[in-house]
Design a binder for this molecule. Sequence first.
Ligand code: TXA
Ligand code: MG
Length: 341
Amino acid sequence: MNLYTIPDNKIQAAAALLRAGETVAFPTETVYGLGADASNPLAVRKIFQIKGRPNYHPLIVHIAAASQLPAWAQHIPDAAWQLAAAFWPGPLTLILQRSNQVPNEVTGGQDTVGLRVPDHPIATTLLHAFGGGIAAPSANLFGQVSPTTAQHVHDKLGSRVGTILDGGPCRIGVESTIISFVHGEAVLLRPGGLSVEAIEDTLNKKILLAQPNSFKVRASGTLDSHYAPATPIEIHPADELWLRAHRLANLGYKVAVLNLSDYNECVGSAEITSFQMPLLADEYGRELYATLHRIDNASFDRLLAEAPPVTQEWVAINDRIRRAAQGTANETEILVREDSR
Ligand code: TXA
Ligand code: MG
């Protein structure tokens, strides 16, 4: 028996909570979601309150099957149906024109809506038991690292959530890929668990990349500093990583190093701890957020990440760690100046 099977009555109880307008945190193949009844504005508002998320940031509506698309979206292009058929259930979110039934609370007042069919037995069972759409962002505080275990949700949101369904660690560990069809052509808004190549192969054409500020969308994942751990983070190529780590350690910093190569120079410094990451992008993605949560819990002063390869399969990971490092830039400048005195 799968260790993480949840008894049916627990899922039925969670569905009843959703019907009563409460929130339910649940596992998906990407990250844990903080769900509420997508057709109930009051329930949806609770999500924003719990996360501390500005209410103009739209939420993804999770549905049980592509056949439910027309209830939530209209003017659905053929290419969107093609992607839904090829990749749902799976780590792909489609942004489409919303139907009239979608509350403003879900879309942040925009006339578009994000939709996805998650690929996780507990999410599927919950969606079927509930019957409707479940609006759910990642179940973390706004701007922080997404949860990939029920414990992460518990640590950060705890008693504020109606219930937390434990489905074990998420299989993919990085959020869904977001493709918008609202300007006609497919546009990538966020790289994620599904590769852009797989999408292009299915559509038999290249997809456009969203240019910052060129689309009138408000996607919180596109804010500069997002998915950010509490520990300031810097990214360095392998050959500069350890030099930098030792410089910081000499300044009295407690340093965590996220290293890819097994070359490891932390020996001899009590201030430096190395977190060896997997060499395969899939495995790295699965472990990334859990490692960031561990590092945050251990109160390091600085996290140095070895720059991952710049190839297709690493796009989503590069995106997340570069966003996570955004907020550190200014502080790093100061440190470099001190350091060079
Ligand atoms: O893998 C995932 O997508 C996870 C799981 C729980 O499904 N969900 C997730 O939700 O990452 P969230 O809210 O943390 O990120 C969803 C992103 C946000 O950046 C949001 O702004 C964007 O999708 N989004 C949602 N609806 C949108 C819309 N109508 N137009 C543009 N962006 C939208
Ligand atoms: Mg999120």
